[in-house]
Design a protein around this ligand. Structure first.
Ligand SMILES: CC(=O)N[C@H]1[C@@H](OP(=O)(O)OP(=O)(O)OC[C@H]2O[C@@H](n3ccc(=O)[nH]c3=O)[C@H](O)[C@@H]2O)O[C@H](CO)[C@@H](O)[C@@H]1O
Length: 368
């Protein structure tokens, strides 16, 4: 099969597309993939690193308020459609998969206009602007939460498919995760990550926590700062600490997130949909700190669903401080029975066969 993947801006839109591509290649090594994204989005770095051919189009997102910038956005959208049509005519895909973020607007729209089968994947319980727009053109809208089907009444067909990142992460090697951190197998690892771009509040808490980490015995901490915060956080931690902290691994970004996740005992995280799909697939206990800056506060809704199932604790950003977080981590780690309960509850929410459900849909669409 020849498949065009598109979606981006942030990791939460990119990794589901990559996971679908991986699944198709695994099922049939002759699969040919092309990813269409933007130069500015994280996809321009992540996708080539995954050995998937990448082409960029120039496009910006709509402002929610009426503005002159939106006129320019419409013009860029039309240009994007023209460029997408050219790329699609050259590549001749059997189907196009869009995973959200404004870049997939012109690509999926162009494909629909050319009569190429299209599938849109929505990761969140409350859909984004681009996917809402595309729903009426796509042949299939795949949702990650059963309850979000109701937002896509105009779609030709909706499928409850989960998030394919869940499948992808289950293939990760735990030992490789420990080895990449230079740690022996079965070390206790606490991973702290503020989504694919990092978050200021997470970095502030990391700086406050760093000098206190020694209070927890035999625990290794992995702090993922996000690329833009790395330098400042490293400097600040140096300033507030007496010397190097041997059990702290400070990194800007993890290219092997599934492996490190598999090696972790507890995760402190934002509650983006793809991250949660990965954590639940692995049965990973977590402390979730939802981003307050997302459409319809959807990260808090995401976090609440894990908390109510007993898989996670939630800390709101306005309550967050380094000492409070360390206290919560310590309490959970000391309570082995609680950890086990959280693992079981998380696993129950996981949907590990998501990538194969989506691959099945694409094969069915091609045959039609
Ligand atoms: C601020 C914002 O707009 N957030 C949205 C964005 O989040 P964001 O892009 O942070 O998305 P998620 O948390 O859903 O997913 C992050 C993805 O990046 C990966 N990763 C992250 C850090 C790292 O160092 N290495 C790495 O590989 C994770 O494993 C995961 O696959 O998209 C999600 C899915 O549409 C939404 O639910 C979020 O609300």
């Amino acid at each position: 099969m020849r498949i065009v993947l598109t979606g981006g801006g942030t990791g939460g839109h990119i990794y589901p597309a990559v996971a679908v591509g991986r699944q198709l290649t695994q099922e049939d090594p002759a699969t040919k993939l092309l990813y269409i994204g933007t130069k500015k989005g994280l996809e321009s770095r992540i996708v080539p690193e995954q050995d998937i051919p990448f082409e960029a189009i120039d496009i910006t997102g709509f402002r929610r308020k009426l503005s002159f910038e939106n006129v320019r956005t419409v013009l860029r959208f039309l240009q994007g459609v023209r460029r997408s049509k050219k790329l699609l005519r050259e590549f001749k895909p059997d189907a196009v998969v869009g995973t959200g973020g404004y870049v997939c607007g012109p690509v999926v729209y162009a494909a629909a206009k050319l009569g190429i089968p299209t599938l849109v994947h929505e990761q969140n319980a409350i859909p984004g602007l681009t996917n809402r727009f595309l729903a009426r053109y796509a042949d299939v809208v795949a949702v990650s939460f059963k309850e979000s089907e109701r937002h896509f009444e105009r779609a030709k067909r909706t499928v409850y498919a989960g998030n394919p990142c869940a499948t992808h992460v289950l293939r990760a090697s735990r030992s490789k995760g420990f080895a990449s951190l230079g740690l022996p197998d079965n070390s206790t690892v606490v991973l702290m990550v503020g989504g694919s771009r990092g978050a200021r509040a997470f970095n502030e808490a990391m700086i406050e926590m760093a000098p206190l980490l020694g209070r927890l015995k035999d625990v290794q901490f992995v702090f993922v700062t996000g690329e833009i915060y790395y330098e400042r956080t490293t400097e600040q931690i140096k300033k507030v600490s007496a010397g190097p902290i041997p059990y702290l691994h400070l990194v800007p970004y993890l290219n092997n997130m599934p492996e490190v996740l598999a090696a972790s005992t507890l995760v402190v995280s934002r509650s983006g949909a793809s991250s949660l799909a990965e954590m639940t697939a692995l049965g990973m206990p977590s402390i979730l700190i939802p981003s307050p800056n997302v459409t319809n506060n959807h990260q808090e809704a995401n976090a609440r669903s894990l908390m109510e199932a007993g898989a996670a604790e939630m800390v709101l950003e306005r309550e967050l401080s380094g000492p409070l977080l360390l206290e919560r981590i310590d309490t959970i780690l000391k309570d082995k029975a609680r950890l086990q309960k959280m693992r079981t509850a998380a696993k129950r929410l996981g949907m590990p066969d998501s990538a194969s459900i989506l691959a099945g849909e694409l094969k069915r669409m091609k045959r039609k």
